[in-house]
Design a protein around this ligand. Structure first.
Ligand code: XMP
Ligand code: MG
Length: 175
């Protein structure tokens, strides 16, 4: 098996700066609101943990776990919920937090599903956005970084469950 090459795409210092900026925007926009962050497991857990600690407003958290991506690098669009939220979001201000927006299939179907639970507001915050890859129209209200169509790992993102622990966002390729 050939060695895997890792190249830093976004360094941890830039990540930290951008996450603080996002948290500032969210803190302003949600001041006095009843904010609940809904993280999409597993990829979003690192980003969401950092983001919430930079918020200057109170929030609650919950998580969903979807089974859509399998273990490879291609999105299938078949969204099944393997762990649903455990909190009522009726009448609440919901911010869905996701690691990466790619084809848009995952988030568009999750957002439709959550809207049926009658939240007061529902917005989406993604750490990374691969805008060129959309298969369905979808825009997130808060975006950390726009990135090109490369498969990335680190800062919670994985390849076959590896590399989530990396502090930088890296592109992997085989030598
Ligand atoms: P869609 O295509 O539905 O997919 O917008 C979003 C999900 O796809 C995964 N994804 C990636 N995961 N590196 C990853 O580790 C990537 O470059 C990448 N691109 C998409 C991710 O799980 C996200 O939730
Ligand atoms: Mg993944």
């Amino acid at each position: 098996m050939s060695e895997v090459r890792k190249e830093i795409l976004i360094a941890k210092t830039d990540i930290d700066k951008r996450v603080r900026e996002l948290a500032d925007m969210i803190s302003r926009d949600y001041e006095g609101k009843d904010l609940i962050l809904i993280g999409i497991l597993k990829g979003a857990f690192v980003f969401m943990a950092d983001l919430m600690r930079y918020l200057r407003i109170p929030c609650q958290v919950d998580f969903v776990r979807l089974a859509s991506y399998g273990t490879g690098t291609m999105s299938t669009g078949n969204i099944t919920i393997s762990k649903d939220i455990e909190t009522s979001i009726q009448g609440r201000d919901v911010l869905v937090v996701e690691d990466i927006l790619d084809t848009g299939l995952t988030l568009s179907s999750l957002v439709e599903r959550l809207k049926k639970k009658d939240p007061r507001s529902l917005k989406v915050c993604v750490f990374l956005d691969k805008k060129d890859r959309r298969k369905v129209p979808f825009e997130a209200e808060y975006v950390g970084f726009d990135i090109p169509d490369r498969f990335v790992v680190g800062y919670g993102l994985d390849f076959n469950e590896m590399y989530r622990f990396l502090p930088d966002v890296c592109v992997i390729g085989e030598n």
